[in-house]
Design a binder for this molecule. Structure first.
Ligand SMILES: [Zn+2]
Length: 127
């Protein structure tokens, strides 16, 4: 669990539903956000939603004249709350890797789709 910015305990847990933000190579667009609801969706469905968003990125990247390799990605959400009841604000965003989806699964999707769109993948240390 991420650390709470108020009480500094590792007590930040993800809300049952909220918004996930995706960036690849530091790029993001409003449309790259998507909703999750763990009371209604399975992890597999969340992974499918993520895959659709990553595919939009790949289509976008593949339209660039100089295709840059995929170097990093981030998946984060502001929909965390502290189990100690601290009042945190929405500015605080935390990774959802390991919470809603594993890093291995994300990388598997990235590698598979990058191949489909002929984009290189040279991932730095990921989070
Ligand atoms: Zn706290």
């Amino acid at each position: 669990m991420p650390y709470c910015p108020v009480c500094f305990s590792d007590t930040m847990s993800l809300s049952p539903h909220g918004v996930i933000h995706l960036t690849i190579n530091g790029k993001s667009k409003q449309s790259r956000q998507f909703l999750y609801n763990i009371t209604k969706e399975t992890k597999e469905e969340i992974a499918q939603n993520l895959e659709a968003k990553i595919e939009e990125f790949m289509v976008w990247f593949s339209s660039f004249q100089n295709k840059e390799p995929i170097r990093n990605y981030q998946l984060f959400s502001a929909d965390y709350r502290c189990e100690n009841g601290c009042k945190t604000n929405k500015v605080n965003r935390f990774s959802i890797i390991g919470e809603l989806i594993s890093g291995n699964k994300v990388e598997e999707i990235i590698h598979r789709l990058a191949k489909k769109y002929s984009i290189d993948v040279k991932l730095d240390v990921t989070e």
